[in-house]
Design a protein around this ligand. Structure first.
Ligand code: FE2
Ligand code: FE2
Length: 172
């Protein structure tokens, strides 16, 4: 199956997609390794993991650029909105159902919370699309446990995962 709308031949397109996924995974994995190294009081190793993670993220972006041309911001907002609607309305619900059938409670919970967060993302994009011209400035905060994303100021308690206000990180 050709996974992109680009002009690459099918097998190469699939390889580029695979390479993108692996590099994106490596980026996240290495940042988690770096965090662990810090917890173990090994800052130099954490530094090394972060350096390689940065390089893997450059690879991931280069691969992605082969798969998808980045359009103008109005188009990107629309695409981002459609993606959130699809993951919220179709992909996560299917994955939750499967996890429940398999008795995989942890996966079902993480998927459910992600699904609910994606709904919020879709709302934020919709708002941006509707007020695109106005461009009023606002702060964003993200729950570091589940990813719940909120405007202006963090709630006392995350409505998705129940994390305390202190767990919200301001987006800079
Ligand atoms: Fe999202
Ligand atoms: Fe949360």
């Amino acid at each position: 199956m050709n996974k992109c709308w680009c002009l690459l031949k099918e097998k190469t397109a699939n390889n580029v997609h695979k390479a993108f996924v692996e590099e994106a995974k490596a980026y996240q994995r290495l940042l988690m390794y770096a965090q662990k190294a810090e917890e173990e009081d090994l800052p130099q190793i954490a530094h090394l993991f972060r350096a390689v993670a940065k390089a893997e993220s450059i690879h991931a972006r280069r691969h992605f650029a082969l798969l998808e041309a980045i359009a103008d911001t109005q188009t990107n907002l629309e695409r981002a909105f459609q993606k959130e609607k699809a993951v919220n309305g179709v992909y996560y619900p299917e994955m939750i159902k499967q996890a429940e059938e398999d008795g995989e409670e942890a996966a079902a919970l993480v998927f459910s919370q992600a699904r609910d967060v994606e709904a919020q993302h879709a709302k934020l994009y919709k708002k941006a699309l509707d007020h695109f011209i106005a461009q009023r400035s606002t702060e964003y905060y993200v729950c570091s446990v589940c990813g719940y994303t909120v405007e202006r100021e963090p709630p006392e308690k995350c409505p998705i995962c129940g994390a305390a206000k202190i767990k919200f990180e301001k987006v800079v």
